[in-house]
Design a protein around this ligand. Structure first.
Ligand SMILES: Cc1cc2nc3c(=O)[nH]c(=O)nc-3n(C[C@H](O)[C@H](O)[C@H](O)COP(=O)(O)OP(=O)(O)OC[C@H]3O[C@@H](n4cnc5c(N)ncnc54)[C@H](O)[C@@H]3O)c2cc1C
Length: 341
């Protein structure tokens, strides 16, 4: 009989990240689909008990944690020891976890220590014990099973509905984990991140705004208007809190010494060699490429594009609606309609 361990980490504010609640739904569905499988939950964190109380109604009979100041920070050595202890205590044959950066970094190594196998970027389940994920840059979807145990399954954020249920006061077993000094050599001293307004990649945004190289090309007056493009796009992002994606041609420009949108980096690139984010809506502007349209926003539900060229094949082929117009004028009008400063 399968023994499922749901494994997550608590945040500094003692909550569980949204991705963890999504993975919990996955773990529950798996346990239900497998009939007699047992479900244990395990949480790692400086204070893990509040997170366990929050998910008391998830149907698990056993609540485990590894907690203490040393487990507050995302550090491979201590996280790996904690996760290993939880897996052993639960006698887990299947481990379900959220694909957060903290878990994705540590669980493949834990699987190796336990002689198991790990699958990251899992996007869903199919049948009783088959999971799905994409391969070859999201061009092929595979459904597969594994007979090898333990099997670690990390669900990508945004693929499942978050679990909702009753909080409670379950009996919690706290495991003690010996930490050799060597495991504490790395200290997380802080985070360096752009100010919220400069952060243009927002995975939780309702809208993905895709900028193509057209924003930096010569316009009908024979001139490029890169500064104007920058301010129009930034104003739009500030007002809508949309996430910013870019075509490869646009993000590559910085390396070619051309006039660039200074906030656009390779991290913004979407497409075959970029990312494939998940947002409810997408708006592509000044963008022609196949990869951004066919691959980059394939998981966007409602897609629109603004292009000067009425025959722009990829915009026509992949967008639900194409506005044939000048994106400079369109965005200026949209920004004005959005109001504010
Ligand atoms: C192996 C491989 C992998 C690749 N991977 C990726 C990838 O991951 N992501 C990616 O993006 N590309 C990728 N590419 C490149 C891709 O094929 C295209 O070359 C690229 O996406 C084109 O970028 P673009 O649409 O921004 O620029 P362009 O092709 O130059 O298109 C600019 C568009 O802007 C429009 N335009 C100009 N001015 C305006 C205006 N004022 N208003 C409205 N529209 C205007 C033009 O009509 C035109 O359609 C890859 C290529 C290869 C070979």
């Amino acid at each position: 009989m399968e023994a499922i361990l749901y494994l997550a980490h608590a945040e500094a504010d003692e909550s569980l990240p949204r991705a963890a609640l999504e993975a919990l739904r996955g773990a529950r569905s798996l346990a239900e689909g497998l009939g007699g499988a047992s479900l244990t939950v395990g949480v790692i964190g400086e204070k893990a008990e509040p997170a366990l109380r929050r998910i008391a109604g998830c149907g698990s009979k056993r609540f485990l944690c590894v907690q203490g100041a040393e487990f507050g920070q995302a550090r491979y050595a201590t996280d790996a020891l904690a996760a290993e202890a939880l897996c052993r205590a639960a006698g887990a044959t299947i481990v379900v976890a959220p694909g957060t950066s903290r878990m994705a970094r540590v669980l493949p190594g834990v699987a190796y220590r336990l002689g198991g196998r790990a699958d990251t970027h899992v996007t869903g389940m199919s049948g009783a014990l088959a999971v799905t994920r994409w391969f070859y840059r999201q061009r092929m979807e595979s459904t597969f099973q594994r007979t090898h145990r333990p099997w670690f399954i990390l669900f990508d954020p945004g693929c499942l509905e978050a679990w909702e249920g009753e909080a409670g006061n379950p009996s919690i077993e706290t495991l003690s984990v010996d930490l050799p000094d060597s495991s504490k050599r790395t200290k997380v001293t802080g985070f360096v991140a752009p100010a919220a307004d400069e952060q243009t990649i927002r995975p939780d945004a309702k809208l993905l705004f895709v900028a193509g190289a057209g924003w930096t090309k010569k316009q009908p007056d024979g001139q490029a208007h890169v500064k104007e493009a920058e301010s129009l796009i930034l104003e739009f992002l500030r007002k809508t809190k949309a996430s910013l994606g870019g075509s490869k041609s646009l993000v590559d420009q910085s390396g070619e010494g051309q006039a660039i949108l200074h906030f656009m980096t390779h991290l913004n690139q979407i497409g075959q060699t970029g990312s494939t984010p998940r947002h409810p809506k997408g708006l592509a502007t000044c963008c022609h490429g196949e990869e951004p349209h066919a691959v980059g926003w394939r998981f966007i539900n409602e897609r629109r594009a603004v292009n000067l060229d009425p025959s722009c094949g990829w915009a026509r082929g992949k967008a639900d609606v194409v506005y044939v117009g000048d994106a400079f004028q369109v965005l200026a009008k949209v920004n004005a309609l959005l109001g504010g400063t």
